[in-house]
Design a protein around this ligand. Structure first.
Ligand SMILES: [Zn+2]
Length: 381
């Protein structure tokens, strides 16, 4: 099995070369916009058909190289869904393929075909990137310009992932009840920090909105970007620690599969927390990050049905019949059957871990509620 990964590398660009890259970026954005206009006008979203319509006029109008135009067509088609809503491509990045870039490992140089011809740039990278790029047969990359005006190239690399074996050990992860994430091993990542950043940003936003000027609109856009980047940074951190812990314990990771219940859940009146847990793209992103980091580390990730995870006692597995306050007192879970008391989030994470075991190791005994006369609800095995 392999996993694709994007490796971001900074380019060292001498001042005199900057206008050349910018010119190409502008040309590429122009090409995309012209192609998009034709695709929309003729409602044509097929690569070959669109190619026949736009290739010649776009190449003449922009002066780009043939391969750039082909990549522009591909960019428009690949983003067809998103592109139908946005009106304009901005000149911040250009897609490159095997014919428009070449990475030379020995000298850490990348040759990029620009509008004016081929130009070599030295890469400013560390050991981490070098190790990922070593021996790679690179066929796809994107050249980007950051808001600060720096230039980067993102290489797409394919790495072999180690096989994920069966393991009897599972770490359950409960997402977003009180904290962002809580594990059955007792670790948690507080939502307080991100909430305080959100509060601070929304305060700033409210202040800016009162002014309502052109520059304030630009500032608002930047703020939302900052919030997104903070969330992304946080998710990278949490997912890294989760995968590291699983790896060091030779364990699998188990999450609730919240995707399937989204539709039915939204129809019923549900609590705010419950809706936040299912619809939040931040949790989706966290699971994605965990997914690819786990694949690289050879850690198994399983998904379990989310029903009853917070209502079940993780010691005696008695399922409390309704979501209520009797067994859940704020942060604490108290079992009405055996009297077991535990942190509510960790209790849920333990149940997720137990369910995960029956998914990762189907021959294990599964989970049974021991209460007399009660049917075993959790016999998944
Ligand atoms: Zn109990």
């Amino acid at each position: 099995m392999t996993q694709s990964l994007s490796v971001k590398c900074k380019l060292i660009v001498p001042v005199e070369s900057r206008p050349r890259i910018d010119e190409t970026l502008r040309g590429f954005a122009d090409a995309c916009n012209q192609i998009l206009a034709v695709a929309k006008r003729d409602n044509c979203w097929n690569t070959t058909k669109l190619h026949h319509k736009v290739y010649k006029p776009v190449k003449e109008a922009t002066g780009l190289k043939a391969n750039h135009v082909c990549q522009a067509i591909r960019r428009v088609i690949n983003n067809a869904k998103a592109v139908k809503q946005i009106h304009k491509f901005r000149s911040t990045s250009i897609s490159l393929d095997i014919r428009t870039f070449r990475y030379v490992e020995k000298s850490q140089v990348v040759g990029v075909t620009l509008k004016c011809g081929r130009v070599d740039f030295k890469l400013s990278i560390g050991g981490y990137q070098m190790a990922l790029l070593r021996g790679q047969n690179l066929t796809s990359a994107t050249l980007c310009k950051s808001k600060k005006g720096d230039y980067y190239i993102n290489f797409v690399v394919e790495i072999d992932t180690p096989p994920t074996g069966k393991t009897p050990k599972v770490i359950g992860v409960d997402l977003g009840r009180r904290d962002i994430a809580t594990t059955s091993t007792g670790k948690s990542w507080s939502g307080e920090q991100i909430q305080s950043v959100r509060d601070r940003l929304s305060q700033t936003r409210a202040n800016i909105q009162r002014k309502r000027s052109r520059s304030s609109r630009r500032l608002l856009r930047r703020l939302s970007g900052r919030e997104r980047r903070f969330q992304e940074w946080l998710n990278h951190n949490i997912s890294k620690q989760l995968v590291q812990e699983a790896k060091s314990r030779d364990a699998a990771l188990a999450f609730e599969d919240l995707s399937g219940i989204r539709d039915t859940l939204n129809k019923k009146p549900t609590s705010k927390t419950e809706r936040r847990r299912t619809n939040n793209w931040a949790f989706y992103q966290l699971k994605m990050f965990v997914g690819y980091k786990a694949a690289i580390a050879g850690v198994l990730v399983v998904f379990v049905p989310p029903a009853y995870t917070s209502q079940t006692c993780s010691r005696c597995h008695h399922v409390h019949p309704e979501k209520g306050k009797s067994y859940r007192n704020g942060k604490k879970f108290k079992c009405g059957h055996c009297g077991f008391e535990h942190d509510a989030d960790i209790n849920a994470a333990c149940n997720i871990a137990d369910l995960g075991k029956s998914v990762s190791l189907p021959e294990s005994p599964g989970i049974v509620c021991l209460l007399e006369g009660q049917l075993p609800l959790f016999r998944l095995a």
